[in-house]
Design a protein around this ligand. Structure first.
Ligand SMILES: Nc1ncnc2c1ncn2[C@@H]1O[C@H](COP(=O)(O)OP(=O)(O)OP(=O)(O)O)[C@@H](O)[C@H]1O
Length: 245
């Protein structure tokens, strides 16, 4: 579904690659957890999927077609089909759950409609449906600033789902959440993944969660892939190779 060929990223003003010559592909229906210690390149990597991160070198193919790095229109279309959830939720605190979820539709609409905040009945119905899917139907009109961390992340997931994505990306979505709630969020992501067969790619620090929920683990170290395989094959040896200096 998505293939990366020899991709590298080097941030301006730095002397080493944040991602170095990675070639890898992902198929629809996979639930992939990306592991690696701090600075390994996990965030940089997942941001390459929707063009939030530009490549210094290499190519990305989507469904067999090359995506031109400079074609902003093409990347906008890809971003519309790529839902993203974030560690710090990236919600608008003073707006309600429903309003925040509706912002997920901005990629599809004219900037004029976005500016006046006008949504069709169908758009609102879809937003309400995904809010119900993440178990927040009773809180639709509550301001997001009054929700717990776990509830905020469920709003983040609903906002991604309202885009009707083909790929769901999580950049450390449970790093700011307590372990019990993190488990709950992963359960929810697994349900969504099974129901919608989305390609799901999640950065996570918790190896136990990765091993229990992922269908595939990719471990990064210093911008390179050092493990790519079944969670059952991510042994203690792989663990030390990934996390020791
Ligand atoms: N905007 C930036 N400018 C310069 N260097 C950057 C920038 N963003 C990231 N880096 C560097 O790129 C490398 C990879 O960073 P990245 O954030 O992708 O790692 P990570 O594995 O997600 O880390 P963490 O788990 O701490 O979030 C690190 O060396 C980091 O310092």
């Amino acid at each position: 579904m998505i293939e990366m060929k020899d991709i590298s990223v080097r941030y301006p003003g730095t002397h080493t690659d944040a991602l170095s010559e990675i070639s890898i592909s992902f198929q629809q229906g996979e639930f992939v957890c990306i592991l690696g210690k701090s600075g390994a390149g996990k965030s940089t990597f997942v941001r390459c999927f929707n063009g939030l991160q530009k490549l210094t070198h290499g190519e990305i193919y989507l469904k067999g077609n090359p995506v031109s790095p400079s074609n902003d229109e093409e990347w906008r279309t890809i971003r519309r089909k790529t839902g993203m959830i974030f560690q710090h939720f990236n919600l608008i605190p003073r707006l309600s759950v429903l309003q925040n979820v509706l912002t997920g539709m901005f990629g599809y609409r004219s900037s004029f409609k976005n500016l006046i905040g006008w949504f069709t009945t169908q758009e609102k119905e879809l937003a309400k449906r995904v809010i119900a899917d993440v178990g927040l139907a009773a809180m639709e009109h509550r301001r997001v600033e009054n929700l717990s961390g776990g509830q905020k992340q469920r709003v983040g997931i609903a906002r991604a789902l309202v885009q009707q994505p083909e790929i769901l990306i999580g950049d450390e979505p449970v790093a700011s959440i307590d372990p019990g709630t993190a488990e709950h969020i992963f359960n929810m992501l697994q349900d969504i993944h099974r129901r919608l067969r989305l390609l799901t790619i999640i950065n996570v620090h918790d190896i136990d969660l990765a091993k229990r929920y992922a269908t595939r683990i990719v471990a990064l170290k210093e911008g390179k892939v050092i493990f790519d395989g079944h969670p059952g094959d991510f042994t203690n040896e792989e663990y030390y190779a990934t996390y020791q200096s």
